[in-house]
Ligand binder design. Structure first.
Ligand SMILES: NC(=[NH2+])NCCC[C@H](N)C(=O)O
Ligand SMILES: [Mn+2]
Ligand SMILES: [Mn+2]
Length: 311
């Protein structure tokens, strides 16, 4: 029996949002995941699935940059909607599986889970750390910043409109762990070291193997084995050989099986309470097969995390 969701019910939250970065198409990710049979695959694993349709994110009439931040009001308002959907799902004792959309939507998913499980740990699987602050970001793209809002590093500057004021430092540094990192900005490296954030790069995956890395990450994130775990999975953690259709691909990533194993191992803890699958962009990719592969790996990750076993 599932520790947190004994009814084995799931709410599929579709967040077709692309405002956290500049490339069109990532908002089409959810539609492709659904068309390739995501719901059916989940239900075959015995999860009763609720799906109320795609979330709708109104575009603000006025949305000037704030400092370097692009589309700050759009990102903030949309995340409030994601937050409500996720916290409602958890309160109804249904597993929130959120499909994006770009990774900025994890502001809402993590804050939503934390509102019900304030001791939950977050496993952030990504080539990137997404912990830039509105000051440290080079790109101004908020999908590179969600973690900084969650851990309270991002603060509105004097005289600036505080559009993200509602995200109140819900995550402590010791309840965050990274796996698959390989493309960090200077500030991100500095803050990970300074705050002693649990972080396993691809170097560690090479050195210890994925099984040991997941074990070490979980032991540090959840020393007593009783913490709810939120898995936030950016498909660019996976090598572009397997998942090419994503906005910021980085070579040298997880293999298909390493990514699947990671999800299986998290499922085995029985403590998984929420999952995000983000950054599938069906507009990117050289061929139709490239797009299909990327969507297929997204579906595989969900299945593995929801308890699918090979035999
Ligand atoms: N969720 C992502 N794919 N993030 C990529 C972030 C890239 C870069 N670090 C930035 O701040 O813009
Ligand atoms: Mn990311
Ligand atoms: Mn990434």
């Amino acid at each position: 029996m599932h520790k947190f969701y004994p009814k084995k019910e799931l709410t599929l939250i579709s967040a077709p949002f692309s405002g956290g970065q500049g490339r069109d198409g990532v908002d089409e990710g959810p539609r492709h995941l659904l068309e390739m049979g995501l719901v059916n695959e989940i239900e075959e694993l015995g999860w009763k699935t609720h799906f109320d349709g795609h979330l709708d994110f109104p575009i603000p009439a006025e949305d000037a940059d704030i400092g370097k931040m692009k589309r700050p009001r759009y990102v903030s308002n949309s995340n409030k909607i994601v937050y409500e959907a996720v916290s409602k799902a958890v309160k109804n004792d249904t597993f929130p599986l959120t499909i994006g959309g770009d990774h900025s939507i994890a502001i809402g998913t993590v804050a939503g889970v934390q509102s019900v499980y304030p001791n939950a740990g977050v496993l952030w699987i990504d080539a990137h750390a997404d912990i830039n602050t509105p000051e440290s970001t080079d790109s101004g793209n908020l999908h590179g910043c969600p973690v900084s809002f969650l851990v309270g590093l991002a603060k509105a500057q004097p005289g600036q409109e505080d559009v993200f004021g509602w995200v109140n430092d819900c995550l402590s540094f010791d309840r965050l762990a990274y796996i698959a990192l390989r493309d960090l900005d200077v500030f991100e490296k500095k803050i990970i070291k300074e705050k002693n954030i649990i972080a396993y790069t691809m170097h560690h995956v090479d050195k210890y193997g994925i099984a040991k890395v997941v074990e070490m990450a979980l032991n540090r994130l959840d020393p007593d084995g009783d913490r709810p775990i939120h898995l936030s999975f950016d498909v660019d953690a996976i090598d572009p050989i397997y998942a090419p259709s994503t906005g910021t691909p980085v070579r040298g990533g997880l293999t298909w099986r390493e990514a699947s194993y990671l999800c299986e191992a998290v499922a085995e803890t029985g403590n998984l309470v929420a999952m995000d699958i983000v950054e599938c962009n069906p507009h990117l990719g050289e061929t139709e097969i490239a797009v299909k592969d990327t969507i297929a790996v997204g579906i595989t990750l969900a299945k593995c995390a929801l308890g699918d076993v090979l035999l």
